[in-house]
Structures are given as C-alpha cells and as structure tokens.
Write a protein that binds this ligand. Sequence first.
Ligand code: GTP
Length: 300
Amino acid sequence: MAEPEFRAGFGCLVGRPNAGKSTLTNALVGEKVAITSEKPQTTRRAIRGIVNRPGAQLVLVDTPGLHRPRTLLGERLNDLVAETWSDVDVIGLCVPANEPIGPGDRFIVRALQGVRGTKLAIVTKTDLADRQTVAQQLLAVSALADFAEVVPVSAVSGEQVELVAELMIGQLPPSPMLYPDDVATDEPTRVRIAEFVREAALEGVRDELPHSIAVLVEEMTEETTRGGEPLTRIYADLYIERPSQKAIVIGRGGERLRRVGAAARTQIEQLLGTKVFLDLHIRVAKEWQRDPKQLRKLGF
Ligand SMILES: Nc1nc2c(ncn2[C@@H]2O[C@H](COP(=O)(O)OP(=O)(O)OP(=O)(O)O)[C@@H](O)[C@H]2O)c(=O)[nH]1
C-alpha cells in the first residue's frame, strides 16, 4: 500500500482576548513561542508556531484579538486579523468553557462569516469547568455557527490537545513540508526577544499600562567570555507613552526594572542557549499608538 500523502498548510486560532489561544498554541507546538498573560490583548504580532507531526505540518498563525477599533493601532490589528484569516486552511474559534458566550464571541463569529478556511470550534480551559458546564458550552458554541467540528480541550492539563492537532491537520491539503521540521517558529529572534521583555514588563502592572508598552531590540552582538563561554549582548528599548509611566515601569530604586530584566533574561537564555547580558532602556514615545511613523518603527 502507498504511504499516505504528506499534508501541510496554515491554521490559526481566533477568539476574544484571554480565550486561551496563546496557551493552546504553545501546547500544540510543544515549545514556548507565543507569550501568555492574564491581561487581555497581549498578543500583538502574528506569531507562527509550527506543529510537526508524523506525516503532517501545521503552520499556526496566532493572531491578535479582534476588537472594535478605537485607535490606529486597533485598526491595524483588525486589518492584520482579517488578512490572516482569509489566508489559512483551518480556523479554530476558541471559547473558554468557564465563561458565558458574550458579545465579543458573537462579534468574532460574525467576522468569520465569509472566511474561506474550514472552521472548528474549540472549547478551551475545560479543567476550569465541571463536565456539565463543558457539555452546555459545547451545545451553546455549536449553535453559534456551522462548525466542521466542536471539540473541548485543556491546554494546561494537556487533555485533548492531540485531538485538536489531529482535527486541524485533517483540514490541510496534501502538500510537501513548508518549513524545515526542526524549526518551531519563523518569527525573527529579535521579535521573540522583544516579546519576552514585554511579557515580563506587563507582569503585575495596572490595567492602564499594558497598551502603552512596546519593546524594540536595538542591538544584538555575540562574543565569548574570558572563560570561553558564548555571551549575547542585547540592547533593548522599552517604549512607554507618558513620562509619568516611567516610575511605574522602573519601580522604587529601579527594583521593578531589575526584576523585569532578570525574568526576560532567563527566557532569552533558554531561547538562545547562551549567557545573556540584557540592557533595558526606557524611552517615551508620546502617543505612539496613534502615530503611523512610530507604529512603522515598532514593526506594525
Ligand atoms: N486553567 C487553565 N488556564 C488556561 C488554559 N488556557 C489558558 N489559560 C489561562 O488563561 C489566560 C489567558 O490565556 P492566553 O493563552 O494568554 O489567552 P489568549 O487568547 O492568547 O489571550 P490574548 O493574547 O489576550 O488574546 C492565561 O492566564 C492562561 O494561563 C487552560 O487550558 N486551563
């Protein structure tokens, strides 16, 4: 009998902020590529996580949460989402098991109408709800639209993660491998490093700040320490919008910024496999979310 044909293609997980898209992406890929945070809308870039399985490769694009645009950044994000959606083979709508379906979910379902790829519904965080609640959520989600599959999953316990992978892969066309199979993501390293810093900087700050933070890696050099160990020097700028936010980010006596640096450095060292020297510089970019020139500079 002939070997089954290799399948490969693109997929993406969508859903309202905090639905669990990044966590599920990480669970499917098996490596930390998308940042997660308890704060909504932390995922600003389309990060491709690559799910390699025997006979198949699913290139997962983790889009930012779709939301009603209030700023230019909001509009750019929505354009990015629409562009991504019309370009993939399979879309998984994520809805948390432990929260009622709301206007945010319906807004996305409406936006999904007319998008070409096959749509699956994924009920996430099943470890946070009892069986009956999960069952009710599966029914409620099924009623939202005509999904090819409706599947419950917990990215944290790992339950059903493989089934989600299988169902998404099942929608991919026969195709040769799209990326070498030892690559987890094609996101440029600098962007991943910037995301680690941003994630660390968001940890524990008040609600108003998250949208005001952006990180840009300005310089990266490799050298060898006197002990013969490889060392990467990274100079990164952390952008805030107002001078008054400086104190929040830096903390008393610089203590908060040091913790941010230490947390980010641990992640970066893991990613690069070298010792890392991380220099964080706070810069004020006034109203950068509304300024096209600043947005371009920051990669949007
Ligand atoms: N218990 C539990 N928590 C989860 C699960 N999946 C995600 N979470 C948590 O839910 C929160 C949001 O998860 P994310 O993966 O960041 O959600 P997201 O949809 O990517 O969020 P945005 O980037 O804001 O759009 C985080 O605190 C996760 O740890 C799960 O399966 N079980």
